[in-house]
Design a protein around this ligand. Sequence first.
Ligand code: GRF
Length: 216
Amino acid sequence: MTTHSQAHALPQPPTPARLGILLSGRGSNFLAIAQAIADGRIPAASIAIVLANVEDAPGLDAARRLGLPTACFVSRGRTRAQHDADVIACLRQHQVDLVCLAGYMRLLSPAFIAAFPQRILNIHPSLLPAFPGLDAQTQAFDYGCTLAGCTVHFVDEHLDHGVIILQRAVPVLPTDDAHTLAQRILEQEHQAYPEAIARVLSGHYQITGRRYLPIP
Ligand code: GRF
């Protein structure tokens, strides 16, 4: 009896999208994204590079411990254009498809936005357009909001401003202080950011004006 083994061309899975993570600090959103990729909640994605603008950013150490490629370009003392040129070159070198700002404490230059059109995301710990900028959770708490939350949005040249992909609301409890509120917002951030990345990578959406509309 003869057996024939025939080489069948198996359908190729889609090439994983390559994420570039930019951070300046603790990196808990980066770790939530990494965990979501590991769990399959962000299908067909990998982290190509974790890049920081601060040498001792704890998120950079966390990335090294995970064995991910890392880079650091210290921004202090350089112009925005000089610094962003280095970052763009690094992201291109690592063939990044989607840039995810995860606590990256810098406004991006127009050249950066143009280098990755509709391909840069950010997470902000408020229900935008309320409370852009620093300490958004404390701003919401001090204002007396009864509802706070987080927003994942495309990045444009303005601070915390681009098209909104998704938002998660977090009630402000009578027992809250700014710290406990920020903690509960952060829990939602860790769910929302991976979900938004998966939505964007699916490509099943269109943008009309400022509106992000899922396509079923
Ligand atoms: C998060 O609150 C995020 O919304 C904001 O910066 C913070 C970063 O936290 N943009 P982490 O470094 O991801 O823990």
